[in-house]
Structures are given as structure tokens and as C-alpha cells.
Write a protein that binds this ligand. Structure first.
Ligand code: HAM
Length: 416
């Protein structure tokens, strides 16, 4: 027997109901905010992620499924969506022309992390990326879309929004020096990873989960105290627009994010329902990334939501959105011809209809109908057919009525 690869999983059965509902929200909500879908490849040249996400990030250093192709190219399964979309924006010259370009995507991402609940090696992200405007109004819109998404999934009340500004190439180098100066004093107390980060990526020390590092970091200087005037103005405007849009937030000056492309606004949606892996969605501005990947100066901002974590949260919150069947059709060997015709015509109306392929006894078929959680049962019996009718049973209250075949669709459309 074959087993799935560690950290990968199958998703099926009852669980699919949650995914389906979330997918519906993804497509309808993104389109209603004026975003159009972007389908980028699952596989890219590894360099897209090295250059895009940053060669000293955990993702690139430790977590990429990268391999050498038969022709010697170094390829990688995408660990996230932003770098691939930006590669596409540059390659397809989507920066040409004026106006903001807004894209969304949904699909699997791959990171070779240590598997645990809420952390998988193949996981799904819903993400959006808005290009072409450095206005803080875009930051506010993207965050608003993120909040609306969780509200539409029925989970908004379990999440809180944290925001931060992590500066820009003007003000961050000065701050970085302050940080190196501070952490150097405590080098002995830092974990091995953070000792290395001190010279490669000191901001990441602020985000380290090791208790010793956390303690040292709690008194470290924070970026928002060192912002240049442009970054400060931008951050104040984002906060102002969030406030007038009625979006609650906390400023978390210790948030740094695990990807190197961010400038200015960074944000995370956090739940306290899980002990670990509490970030369900996150994003930020990345104004230099298009240039970094070979394009012009072209600002961008976006977010990604971890759908696997969202499903876990929805289940933990006790919400149910299993798909329900509209109609279970009961038919018998002597009525199967008429039954199949009717079944097709009901499916053509887009109702969810199922049947018992064994054509068992009335009792056993009604049992199956019950198990299917169908809202209605349509019984195609010989006696009923003789009257050009079927029996319609409401499975919620058990009530039955004889309905003429000509009237069935009308009656069902009033009920379903
Ligand atoms: P990220 O913070 O690396 O950002 O990932 C976003 C979300 O993906 C996380 O908050 C989490 O819910 C989910 N996620 C990440 N890794 C895993 C995993 N191993 N298992 C399950 N879920 C996971 C990005 O990926 C950026 N590209 C977001 C972005 C878009 N920034 C700007 N635009």
C-alpha cells in the first residue's frame, strides 16, 4: 500500500463542504472589489523566489521544494504566490498603461516545514495583489477586503488585525544598525539561528519564538520609532483610512513578517483559538519587488490567507457549512426509465439530486435518503406514475404530498 508523502494530505468527504463555501466567497468577493483572477504556474525558476522572497529568509534557506531539472535548471515549487505574480507582471509587461491592476489567486503552495496542525507542506492560499499605486488608500482597501473575506466566511469575530510599518530603504538601514548595536550586547543569550541573523537579517530576531530571544527582543528598538517622514505620513494615513472604514486594529511594533520584500505597511490577521500557528492571513506593501525582479518602479501590495488554517478555525468555532443535497430520488426497477428522465431534468435546473443505484426497497432507499441529508425526497412509484404524478416528501417535517409531474419543478423552485 502506498502512503502519502509526509506533510501532504487528502481532503475529501464532509471537509469539502467548508472548502466549497470558502471558494465561493473567494471568487465572488474578489470580483466585487474589482480584482481579476491570475493563474500563475506552480513551478518557477528557483531564482524567482531567491530574489523575490529573499535568500536569507527561512522559506528560501530551509523550506523550498527545489530541485535540478533534467536540463540543469534549478526549479522550485512555489512556496507563496506574490513572487510568481510579480514575475508574471514583469514578463507580461502588465505595468504598462495607467491605473491600478488588481489580481487574485487561489491554489496550493509548498513549504518543507515541520508538519503539525495548521502547518502542512502543501497548503492552499487565497491571495490578492494590487499594483500601480503607492497611495495609502490601496493599503486600506486591501485590508478591508481581507476583513470582509473573514466576515463573509462567518469567522470575523474570532480574528484581530495587527498592523505595523517596517519602513523603507530610506529609513530601515539606520534602524537596522540600531538593532544590530542592541542585539550585539546580548549575543550570548540568542539562539544559534539568531546569532547568524545578527549579520544576515537582524529584523528576523524580533520575530523569533525561542523564549531567550523573545525576552531580549522585548526591549529592542522598534521600527515605528525610526520611520522617515514619508513612511510616518503613509502609516498615519493607513490608520486614518482604517478608522473611517470602521476597521479595528492593534499596532504591533514587533511584527516583521518572514519575507524580505515588504516596505511600509505590514499586517496580520491573528486568532487566539489556536495555540500555535495563529496567523490565518497576512500581507503588506512591496514597492521595490517589481524592480527587484527586473521591471520598472511599480508599487504593489497584497495579502494571502491560509485556507487550511481557516477551515480548522471554522470547524473549531463550531460553524457548519456542509453541502446539503436538495433532492434524493427514490425509484424502482419498474419505474427507473421515467425516474432517470426526471432526475436529468431536475439536475438540468441545477438542483443537487442523488439516487440509490441499487434500486432497493422503499425502506432502504428512504434510509439512504435520510443519511444523504437531502431536503426533499421525490418518490417515483408505479402508482404515482399512473396518475402522472410523484410523491414529494419534506425531510424536515416529514410531510408528504402528491404532486403532478407538470407542477413538480414549479413547486420545488418555491421550496428550494
Ligand atoms: P505568509 O505569511 O508567508 O505570506 O503566508 C500567508 C498565510 O499562509 C499564513 O498566514 C498562513 O495562514 C498560511 N501558511 C503559510 N505557511 C503555511 C503552512 N505551512 N501550512 C498552512 N498554512 C500556511 C505570504 O505568503 C505572502 N505571499 C503574502 C502576501 C501577498 N504579501 C503580499 N502579498
Amino acid at each position: 500500500m502506498f502512503r502519502k508523502v509526509r506533510g501532504f494530505r487528502d481532503i475529501y468527504g464532509e471537509e469539502i463542504g467548508y472548502w466549497r463555501k470558502i471558494e465561493e466567497v473567494i471568487y465572488s468577493l474578489s470580483e466585487s472589489f474589482g480584482y481579476s483572477e491570475y493563474k500563475m504556474p506552480v513551478l518557477e525558476k528557483a531564482e524567482v523566489f531567491d530574489r523575490g522572497i529573499g535568500s536569507t529568509t527561512d522559506i528560501v534557506e530551509k523550506e523550498m521544494f527545489a530541485f535540478e531539472d533534467r536540463n540543469g535548471d534549478l526549479l522550485a515549487l512555489r512556496p507563496e504566490g506574490t513572487a510568481g505574480v510579480v514575475r508574471g507582471v514583469v514578463e507580461n509587461k502588465l505595468y504598462a498603461g495607467s491605473g491600478v491592476k488588481k489580481y487574485y489567486y487561489y491554489g496550493p503552495m509548498f513549504r518543507r516545514e515541520r508538519p503539525q496542525k495548521g502547518r502542512y507542506r502543501q497548503f492552499y492560499q487565497y491571495g490578492v495583489e494590487a499594483f500601480g499605486s503607492a497611495s495609502p488608500l490601496v493599503d486600506a482597501e486591501v485590508i478591508q477586503l481581507l476583513c470582509s473575506f473573514f466576515d463573509k466566511c462567518g469567522i470575523g469575530e474570532f480574528l484581530r488585525l495587527e498592523i505595523n510599518s517596517i519602513g523603507c530603504p530610506e529609513c530601515r538601514p539606520g534602524y537596522k544598525n540600531k538593532l544590530i548595536e542592541y542585539f550585539s550586547k546580548y549575543e550570548k543569550e540568542l539562539c544559534e539561528d539568531c546569532k547568524r541573523r545578527l549579520s544576515t537579517n537582524p529584523l528576523r530576531i524580533l520575530d523569533c519564538k525561542v523564549p531567550g530571544c523573545k525576552k531580549v527582543a522585548s526591549d529592542a528598538p522598534v521600527m515605528i520609532d525610526y520611520l522617515c517622514s514619508e513612511c510616518r505620513k503613509h502609516f498615519d494615513s493607513v490608520k486614518y483610512y482604517l478608522e473611517i472604514s470602521g476597521i479595528d486594529y492593534d499596532v504591533n511594533p514587533f511584527m516583521v513578517r518572514g519575507l524580505d520584500y515588504y516596505v511600509r505597511t505590514a499586517f496580520e490577521m491573528i486568532t487566539d483559538k489556536f495555540e500555535a500557528n495563529s496567523t490565518v492571513g497576512a500581507g503588506g506593501r512591496y514597492d521595490g519587488l517589481v524592480k527587484q525582479l527586473g521591471g520598472p518602479d511599480y508599487p504593489g501590495i497584497g495579502f494571502a490567507v491560509g485556507i487550511d488554517r481557516l477551515v480548522n478555525l471554522i470547524k473549531e468555532a463550531g460553524l457548519t457549512y456542509e453541502e446539503t443535497l436538495d433532492i434524493f430520488m427514490v425509484m424502482f426497477p419498474e419505474t427507473v426509465d421515467a425516474g432517470l428522465k426526471l432526475l436529468k431534468s431536475l439536475r438540468d435546473e441545477n438542483w443537487g439530486v442523488d439516487m440509490d443505484f441499487e434500486l432497493g426497497s422503499m425502506k432502504s432507499q428512504l434510509k439512504k435518503a435520510n443519511r444523504s441529508q437531502a431536503s426533499y425526497v421525490v418518490i417515483v412509484g408505479e402508482e404515482e406514475l399512473g396518475k402522472n404524478a410523484v410523491t414529494l416528501k419534506n425531510m424536515t417535517d416529514g410531510e408528504q404530498q402528491l404532486v403532478l409531474l407538470d407542477e413538480l419543478k414549479n413547486i420545488l423552485s418555491q421550496k428550494l
